[in-house]
Design a protein. Structure first.
Lengths: 165, 604
């Protein structure tokens, strides 16, 4: 499905994606509750991106005892006029996994299985929160904008391609 | 509250107590943040004429209002104190990720006073502040301290720390964060060492609000596209500061062999092209879309050497100024300074001086220009005050004086000069002489205009140029003192050549009302004048710089800047012009009329 990826090689570790993510979802800059993050070792310069792979992974959905992780159809359009961004300007249809907060009991099963560590308990709402591709305009991609960096981008897997067709 | 957190954290190391008090919002409105707010707090917090080494002399950490928002380059922190090196105001700016983290923890500023009885680490986790014994970290190099804090405190911990040089109170010891980012100049690290404070660690999980965060995102997206990520600006990402080596060398302004030449024959071995060959990665500070930092890797004496940097100033002072064109040795020297916590400008200056004293037969330090083997051993000797290091740790001014050759000390007010020789860039003469923290290129940067852009003659200085030095000229990208003062209050990085027009946009978001460009520049002027008052209050020596850098007798015999000199009479005339334009009297004291005009609420 369409999902966000951070290129370890290209990422400069500026954390703009986390700021943009939290500004969109939390109404304030709060990277500790960003839905993706870039793990940086300042000494070695090594960077590891942590993002949700959506239905390409779906471990949270599989493990949820309350069916609180639901599949939702989405249309994604990447903002930003940078031709080198893979999906710039293109409209991509696909699916994302979102949390049904009515059903979520904050049991934590999904927190333990997430391979990239991007589903957690929300510190204020006390339910799980995760990446939902910002209703189709991923802010992390829009704000990773140095044309020579563009480390955060949209990836599309096989199922999406079938959906496009 | 939007942008500001509204909180100042006070840490008293002597009493082992902490307190939170409200940020003075009247001062914030007058001085914005960063440099301006730091100065206003310093006026209040530094007891007049205090011994810089006294426990009462505070170390103040100040953020800017845009730290923790998405405004590019605004993640910088300013560290201030009455300098134990110069005895006057000093501020030092550092990127990385500490300032945003401090805001996320809930604080705009931290005021650290007193002196801990034992080595201490202060840990700030949101609203919980604790003192931890630092015994097991004593002697650790800076990268090891940071690694330990990520392990012992929190994986996301951000650390300000000193290395062995700070512990040994070397006068130019710096404070490190994210390993390669240094609050470098003026000896903050030495004062931290004197306070027995090995590190300040912060982890914040809160937020910074800006009103309508989504609308603000759109605004900064537009600012970035229009002003920052432009073709003109991309040199910072593509090359970073090493790009300066060739033009400055070409202008005969590259300090070479303790400022005895302005052109270095080995420059092409340590220029931008040479560093690009060993570049491995690009890095950025927090919330910076530019990403100017360069990771390099090489081998020296069979061992891997890596580092983010060196930056231009290091290449100039630790390279050309020491006659070093061996890029691997320079990388090693830079790595050692980073790990030990030594400012590279001052280190390169004092090592260059020791080489000069040796070569001239004045005293044999066993150091010679261009000689690698002895050169790479010096940083460790200095940090431990061992062997020749004990004498070099005196610093450039005191070392030259000790051997009866003060004319060989390339410093202003006790702070070693950076990498631009005024003989090849005339505007730097008045720039250095009037800098509020001593020898510094960050207050006004005529070289940018005179040498890099070539839009102003490098071998002329007149009243019009003085005006650019005082105010700045954004239409030409000329960085002036008033402009840099407001920029460093905002705190934006030098790599955003921000204009008053762009600051108007940001300040309207900040305060919710319109600003004119003149008002923005006026804040800068207010900040600069307050800095002057602080220095006058503490006692500052006459504004000057080493004579050979402007007197006719100091002109080079050869090289691109051969025969060039500002001239003594011209220099004095230009200094008088500077004071006149500033509204200061002949000894550099701001007039009552000027202080009233600027709305400055303190007096000498």
């Amino acid at each position: 499905m369409p999902h966000v990826m951070i290129s370890s090689k290209k990422c400069t570790g500026c954390h703009m994606c986390e700021l943009a993510c939290s500004a969109y979802h939390e109404g304030a800059y709060r990277p500790s509750v960003a839905r993706l993050f870039s793990e940086v070792n300042p000494t070695t310069g090594e960077i590891k991106g942590h993002t949700c792979l959506q239905t390409a992974c779906a471990k949270c959905q599989e493990v949820c005892p309350h069916d609180a992780i639901v599949t939702k159809e989405i249309t994604v359009r990447v903002k930003g006029d940078y031709p080198s961004k893979e999906k710039n300007g293109e409209v991509v249809k696909g699916y994302v996994l979102v949390v049904d907060e009515e059903k979520c009991t904050n049991c934590g099963e999904c927190y333990d299985v997430c391979p990239t560590g991007v589903i957690h308990e929300h510190p204020d709402r006390h339910v799980a929160f995760k990446c939902d591709l910002c209703d189709g305009e991923p802010q992390c991609i829009a704000f990773c904008q140095n044309p020579h960096v563009l480390a955060v981008d949209l990836k599309i897997d096989k199922m999406d391609r079938e959906l496009q067709a | 509250m939007d942008f500001y957190k509204g909180n100042v954290l006070r840490i008293d190391l002597s009493a082992g107590t902490t307190a939170v008090e409200p940020l003075n919002m009247d001062w914030a409105e007058q001085y914005i943040g960063g440099k301006g707010l730091l100065l206003r707090y310093m006026w209040q917090e530094v007891p007049a004429k205090v011994d810089p080494w006294a426990p009462e002399n505070p170390i103040i950490l100040m953020t800017g209002p845009f730290a923790g928002t998405g405004v590019t380059t605004a993640s910088r922190l300013v560290v201030g104190c009455k300098s134990p090196t110069t005895g006057i105001y000093t501020d030092s700016y550092v990127g990385g990720s500490f300032a945003p983290e401090l805001k996320f923890a809930g604080y705009d500023a931290v005021v650290i006073t007193g002196k801990a009885a034992e080595p201490t680490v202060v840990v700030i986790k949101d609203d919980v502040v604790e003192f931890r014994p630092a015994d097991k970290y004593v002697g650790m190099q800076t990268s090891a301290v940071e690694e330990a804090m990520r392990k012992d405190v929190d994986p996301g911990a951000k650390t300000l720390s000193i290395g062995p040089a700070g512990e040994a109170k070397i006068p130019w010891a710096c404070i490190s964060t994210d390993q390669y980012h240094k609050a470098g100049r003026g000896g903050h690290g030495a004062l931290m060492g004197d306070k027995n404070l090995k590190a300040v660690v912060v982890r914040g999980t809160g937020s910074v609000s800006v009103g309508d965060a989504k609308a603000f995102l759109d605004l900064i997206y537009k600012l970035h596209e229009e002003y920052i990520l432009t073709e003109d600006n991309l040199w910072a990402h593509e090359e970073g500061t090493p790009v300066l080596v060739d033009p400055v060398n070409g202008a005969g302004a590259l300090p070479t062999r303790n400022w005895s030449a302005g052109e270095f024959e080995g420059a092409e071995k340590i220029n931008s092209e040479a560093f690009q060959k060993i570049r491995t990665k690009k890095r950025a500070c927090y919330q910076c879309a530019i990403g100017c930092r360069n990771f390099h890797a090489t081998t020296f004496a069979g061992e891997t050497v890596r580092g983010e940097g060196p930056e231009y100033e290091t290449i100039a002072l630790c390279g050309a100024n020491c006659g070093i064109d061996d890029i691997d040795a320079l990388m090693k020297f830079n790595e050692l300074c980073d790990e030990l916590g030594l400012d590279t400008i001052s280190t390169g200056s004092v090592v260059g001086l020791a080489m000069d004293l040796t070569e001239q037969g004045i005293n044999d330090f066993g150091l010679r220009f261009g000689e690698v083997e002895s050169y790479v051993k010096v940083p460790e000797l200095i940090a431990k005050r061992e062997g020749i290091g004990a004498e070099l740790a005196l610093g450039t001014r005191a070392l030259a004086a000790k051997y009866g050759h003060p004319e060989l000390a390339m410093e202003v007010k006790g702070l070693e000069l950076p990498g631009y020789d005024p003989r090849g860039s005339f505007g730097m003469s008045v720039g250095y002489a009037t800098s509020d923290r001593g020898g510094c290129h960050m207050r006004t940067y005529p070289t940018g205009d005179e040498v890099v852009a070539g839009t102003s003659p490098a071998n002329e200085i007149d009243a019009a140029k003085i005006e650019q030095i005082v105010v700045g000229d954004s239409s030409k990208g000329f960085i002036g003192q008033n402009m840099s003062s407001i920029k460093f209050s905002a705190i934006l990085c030098d790599f955003w050549a921000v204009t008053p027009e762009q600051l108007v946009i940001l300040f309207k978001e900040l305060w919710g009302h319109d600003f004119t460009e003149d008002e923005v520049l006026k804040i800068g002027e207010r900040v600069w004048n307050l800095g002057r008052l602080f220095n006058l209050r503490e006692g500052v020596e006459k504004d000057d710089l080493p004579k050979k850098l402007y007197a006719e007798s100091g002109a080079f015999a050869e090289g691109p800047s051969a025969g060039q000199a500002v001239g003594e009479d011209k220099f004095n005339a230009m200094m008088a012009e500077y004071y006149t334009q500033r509204g200061w009297d002949a000894s550099g004291v701001p007039s009552e009329a000027k202080l009233t005009e600027l709305g400055i609420d303190v007096r000498l």
